[in-house]
Write a protein that binds this ligand. Structure first.
Ligand code: OAD
Length: 231
């Protein structure tokens, strides 16, 4: 029997209940940091120390965070469905919750990349990446993050995954950053589309669940159980 394919597109709001800050909410990361200063190739050229510090702080916060019930709900759906997670998040909380198919559109905080060979990606030991940390080729390592103005190399693979969705669940994203925000357009016409967010962006093509991720996804799990019981 063909299993239903659930595709989850997640954003920073999913990890908010783990204590990680979102970007654009009140108190979000972009309130205290300018994108141009910490998340662009130009910022890296201008002031590496500041860029490294910004991501070291993110890594330190991640070290102390745990997956929350929303991450765990998503992982639990693998018991009855094929589940693909496409996340804009650079944390590893989906993986730590047990999800086995996770594609990171915007990179991964726990990894570093060579500045001379973009295919050379290495795990970071601990939370700190410093000036002078070199790849085996002798070049400075940078955070393995897709910065503003850079290509999103995983986009076409993500679009392919979305194109086979039976159910598309978008959770915890303001849908303000492209091309990630355009991924939903790749879903088949007959796919069901659900958006979970306590402060949902304008998205008329979605059924909206206006609640925080843990509550919204728990109610979806209940729906799945109800459907499976054939009632
Ligand atoms: P944003 O900070 O733009 O949006 C977070 C969304 O999460 C908002 O719509 C909130 O309403 C929602 N939210 C807050 N708490 C929530 C909760 N408990 N449960 C569910 N939703 C909640 O974050 P993203 O859309 O992920 O990119 O941002 C996209 C990209 O912009 C990021 O990947 C990052 C950023 O700049 C890069 O750094 C390249």
């Amino acid at each position: 029997m063909n299993r239903r394919h659930i595709v989850v597109i997640s954003g920073a709001g999913l990890s908010a209940e783990s204590g990680l800050r979102t970007f654009r909410d009140n108190g979000g990361l972009w309130e205290n940091h300018r994108v141009e200063d910490v998340a662009t190739p130009e910022a890296w050229e201008r002031d590496r120390t500041l860029v490294l510090k910004f991501y070291n702080e993110r890594r330190k916060a991640l070290r102390d965070a745990l997956p929350n019930p929303a991450h765990l709900e998503i992982a639990s759906w693998e018991r009855h469905s094929r589940v693909s997670v496409i996340t804009q998040n650079v944390d590893d909380l989906h993986e730590r919750a047990g999800s086995t198919s996770v594609l990171h559109l915007h990179g991964e905080l726990t990894k570093a990349r060579s500045t001379s060979d973009p295919d050379l990606v290495l795990p970071i030991d601990g939370w700190e990446l410093r000036e002078g940390d070199l790849c085996p080729l002798g070049s400075q390592l940078r955070p393995h993050i897709v910065w503003f103005g850079e290509d999103v190399p995983e986009f076409s693979r993500a679009a392919e995954i979305v194109s086979t969705a039976d159910l598309l669940i978008v959770v915890g994203t303001s849908l303000q950053v492209y091309p990630a925000a355009s991924l939903a357009w790749e879903a088949p016409e007959n796919a069901r589309r659900i958006l979970v967010d306590p402060n949902p962006p304008d998205a008329p093509e979605f059924e909206i669940i206006a609640s925080k991720a843990s509550d919204g996804l728990k109610s979806l799990s209940s729906q799945f159980k109800y459907e499976a019981s054939g009632r």
